[in-house]
Design a protein around this ligand. Structure first.
Ligand SMILES: [Fe+2]
Length: 461
């Protein structure tokens, strides 16, 4: 069983039996998971200097310090201010500085100016984290069952929120470091990488072209079934007709993407959406983000430094526009999110996640080697989870019957359901305990700084 499903089951069983358990045991369990996630954020920052933590390299990127404080603000605002009688924030101004987009929680500082904030310092942000952790400890340790019933859903949401920010912290620091001609190394990652390269050599039959796996037309249940945690945008669960389709057995590799580049893919408007073609020309894109041609060979910046592009890795840091153009060039298309979810039903939620500390997509054959569970379907579909988020052609919109919750928490997902596309499966920067088959990530079609990649689909011949 994957960690994600283990966690989901634990939480479901615990929730069902909550009134049979004593408060201390329940509080202890909640606090253990809370601290595990909070500590992992701190561990990700272990190799960073204060100077690294304050840079904002573009409006989409937030400084590491801001992530540290904002995730803390979430617990303070939605738990401590609500459930601790007479709670007085030590520094009330943080409510303005570290609110991201919750209008119901008050005014906020401009997102694109976060890099201009030198105070509070990184050390003060860390002190803020420790202080709020300690308040949460006290609150939960003294809470009765009824209070825990109220706090638990928000605490769990805050935990998953922090895991989302861990991924952003990683992709943001990558963008920050990429601006530096010294190309700083976030984590060397070499040991694991070379080990996996050996594994790849040991299983040469797994390399080679992708295949298309066929799926019959079916009416399938789409969306989360309510067991364990899920975001509100994964429901309501509903029946959807998914016509017959085929899905590629693995993501597109760098070698395959280089073939598109060398066939002048970036210079041929027939492959591109109008908005994509405009963006390519405005931004002068000629390759994925972080790629540079060096003495006739492609190199790219990674979190373990600047290095030659490994042709067997899944291509990453491509926009929806590039993914769509590649699919057109290849005579295929991107899958819908419903096709993807249907195909993922029998795939183990396993792969190269942030816990593997590679901080980079793993070569195709290697990632399949790390799977611990095998099913018949897994023999066909590989790397559905981890490595790279897979762009789908589905616009990010509400499922039938969806209603955002009232108040600030309702602002979490619902208000972004416009002009964005859904991505599935998680990446090498996603936590294994954060991803699900029904998980819907979403970004605007021109964004490239997340670990985003391509899996092809096609209609029946
Ligand atoms: Fe946030």
């Amino acid at each position: 069983m994957s960690l994600a499903s283990a966690e989901a089951e634990t939480e479901t069983v615990a929730a069902e039996r909550s009134h049979l358990h004593s408060s201390p045991a329940r509080a202890e369990r909640l606090l253990a998971r809370f601290h595990q996630v909070r500590n992992f954020t701190d561990a990700l920052c272990a190799g960073l200097e204060p100077e690294d933590c304050v840079v904002q390299s573009m409006p989409d990127v937030s400084p590491t310090k801001w992530h540290l404080a904002h995730t803390t603000w979430f617990f303070e605002t939605f738990i401590l201010k609500k459930f601790v009688q007479g709670y007085r924030p030590e520094i009330p101004e943080y409510a303005y500085l570290f609110n991201s987009y919750y209008n119901a929680a008050g005014d906020m500082h401009r997102r694109d100016l976060r890099g201009l904030i030198s105070r509070p310092t990184v050390r003060e942000a860390q002190r803020y984290r420790a202080s709020i952790n300690s308040h949460i400890d006290t609150l939960l340790s003294n809470a009765d069952e009824n209070l825990l019933d109220e706090i638990e859903p928000i605490l769990v949401l805050g935990r998953h929120h922090e895991q989302q920010h861990q991924e952003l912290l990683i992709t943001d620091i990558k963008h920050v470091f990429a601006q530096n001609p010294l190309y700083p190394v976030f984590r060397s990652g070499r040991a694991r990488h070379s080990l996996r390269a050996e594994e790849r050599t040991a299983t040469p039959m797994r390399r080679g072209p992708y295949r298309f796996v066929d799926f019959e037309e079916a009416t399938v249940a789409i969306g989360h079934d309510g067991r364990g945690f899920a975001y509100d945008n994964e429901g309501p669960r509903h029946q959807a007709l998914v016509p017959a389709f085929s899905l590629a057995s693995r993501p597109i590799t760098n070698a395959e993407y280089i073939a598109f580049i060398e066939d002048n893919g970036y210079g041929r408007p027939e492959f591109w959406l109008s908005l994509g073609w405009m963006t390519v020309n405005e931004q002068r894109w000629q390759a994925p983000l972080y790629w540079t041609k060096h003495d006739g060979a492609w190199w790219h910046f990674t979190l373990s430094g600047f290095r030659p592009v490994d042709e067997s890795e899944p291509v990453t840091h491509v926009s929806y526009f590039e993914a769509d153009a590649y699919a057109n060039w290849a005579g295929a298309r991107l899958p819908t999110e419903f096709e993807w979810e249907r195909a993922a039903l029998d795939c183990p939620v396993d792969g190269n996640f942030v816990e593997d500390e590679l901080f980079h997509p793993a070569p195709t054959a290697v990632a399949s080697a790390v799977s611990t569970e095998k099913t018949a379907q897994d023999e066909d579909l590989r790397q559905m989870f981890g490595d790279v988020w897979e762009w789908t052609r589905s616009a990010y919109s509400p499922y039938p019957g969806y209603r955002a919750a009232p108040g600030a928490i309702g602002e979490y997902n619902g208000k972004f359901m416009c002009n964005q596309y859904v991505l599935r499966g998680g990446s090498c920067a996603t936590s294994r305990s954060h991803i699900r088959r029904t998980y819907r990530n979403f970004f605007q079609p021109e964004k490239r700084w997340q670990f985003t990649g391509i899996r092809l689909a096609r209609d029946p011949a």
